[in-house]
Design a protein around this ligand. Structure first.
Ligand SMILES: NC(=O)c1ccc[n+]([C@@H]2O[C@H](COP(=O)([O-])OP(=O)(O)OC[C@H]3O[C@@H](n4cnc5c(N)ncnc54)[C@H](O)[C@@H]3O)[C@@H](O)[C@H]2O)c1
Length: 334
């Protein structure tokens, strides 16, 4: 993908996933990494040196005030997403916000409202939608009847910030959102009901949900099962995997969604595996959208829907009841 001009960018949050974006932004011809910011200024300075950014700062206000910066990558803990997205929108900066959009419905609404009011181009970091094997699977099977999907990781340390109920929300919110988002993206119809079972199996010191079996029903009658947890990567299917059928055709996505097998008229086709492309798959279309003033490649409204479905699944786990996604408080996000 090439862009018509160079976009001046900044990264906020110089941690592990900020580094993934920095690797791409420091080498891609369509972008100039103008600044990097982190509350820990020494981490920002490390990024400046490593990725050749224009300057490093510990003061995020400097990013908002810098008229040279057009687009900002927000790669911070989940409870900071809404305030940083609001500040970016108020400063007129386009932004790519790492997943999940946020871990409360109120924070998701704040982000969507800020984007709609300001008119900035905003994208959420749901990169799996852009993996070539996922794109091919979606084109192969347009109207699935039944989906089985999983995101099952190895054990996360209990003291990892993503397991903090406020900063991260636990494995199901932090990482389950990736697969729920992919499942929603591959179903043409809107989700109407969710039922889930699960709980906290591995992190007794934390008030979070780390394991879930989530069942979704869509308006067209299709159903999906999504398994989420940090209970050990399954060796054959891998951490990220998905299968879909529509009555006549089916596919399996495996090898972290980089490999695809399709089946039609009982004939199985094994497609060549793709290399994992990482953050580049979402960064390139976002940069193109900013350069050309086009719509977002992953709208914040669609990312809010993803968070809302995960939050509804957590409600179902807590209450033991089916949650109706066509009723408040979820309906507005569907
Ligand atoms: N798309 C993916 O596959 C993927 C993978 C990993 C993480 N992530 C997401 O990326 C985001 C960051 O995760 P990470 O693993 O890089 O975390 P991290 O802890 O490695 O880095 C976060 C950084 O943000 C900084 N920070 C926090 N609040 C800030 C603020 N208000 N202003 C400036 N800097 C601030 C911290 O000091 C830290 O250096 C999260 O949303 C996470 O879910 C996405």
């Amino acid at each position: 993908m090439s862009t018509s001009r160079i976009v001046r960018a900044a990264i906020i949050g110089c941690g592990s996933y900020g580094a993934e974006h920095a690797k791409f932004l420091s080498t891609y011809p369509g972008v100039k990494l103008h600044a990097v910011a982190d509350l820990a200024v020494e981490r920002a300075e490390e990024f400046r040196v490593k990725f050749g950014a224009g300057y490093a700062t510990g003061d995020v206000a400097r990013i908002w005030a810098d008229p040279e910066i057009e687009a900002v990558w927000i790669c911070t803990q989940h409870h900071t997403h809404a305030p940083l997205a609001e500040a970016a929108a108020a400063a007129g900066k386009h932004f790519l916000l790492e997943k999940p959009l946020a871990i409360t419905l109120a924070d998701c609404d704040r982000i969507v409202t800020a984007v709609e009011r300001s008119g900035v181009i905003a994208a959420a970091g749901f990169k799996l939608r852009f993996f070539p094997a996922v794109v091919a699977a979606r084109a192969f099977l347009a109207k699935p009847t039944l989906t089985m999907a999983q995101v099952i990781d190895d054990h996360w340390p209990s003291d990892f910030w993503a397991n903090d109920p406020v900063q991260g929300g636990g494995n199901v919110l932090s990482q389950g959102c990736h697969m729920i988002d992919t499942v929603l993206h591959l179903h043409p119809s809107r989700p109407v009901r969710v039922y889930a079972a699960g709980g906290n199996r591995h992190h007794p010191s934390r008030e979070i949900v780390d394991t879930a079996a989530i069942t979704l029903t869509f308006a067209d009658g299709a159903v999906a099962n999504v398994a989420v947890g940090d209970c050990g990567v399954p060796p054959h299917a891998s951490k990220f995997a998905m299968q879909q059928s529509d009555g006549a055709r089916s596919f399996s996505l495996f090898n972290r969604l980089n490999s695809l097998m399709t089946r039609e008229d009982k004939k199985i086709t094994e497609h060549p595996a793709h290399e994992e492309l990482g953050a580049a798959v979402i960064d390139a279309p976002f940069i193109a959208a900013v350069a050309e003033g086009k719509g977002s490649p992953v709208s914040v409204q669609s990312a809010r829907r993803t968070s809302a479905v995960v939050l509804a699944a957590l409600e179902s786990i807590k209450t033991g009841h089916v949650v109706d996604l066509t009723a408040p408080p979820y309906a507005a996000a569907m």
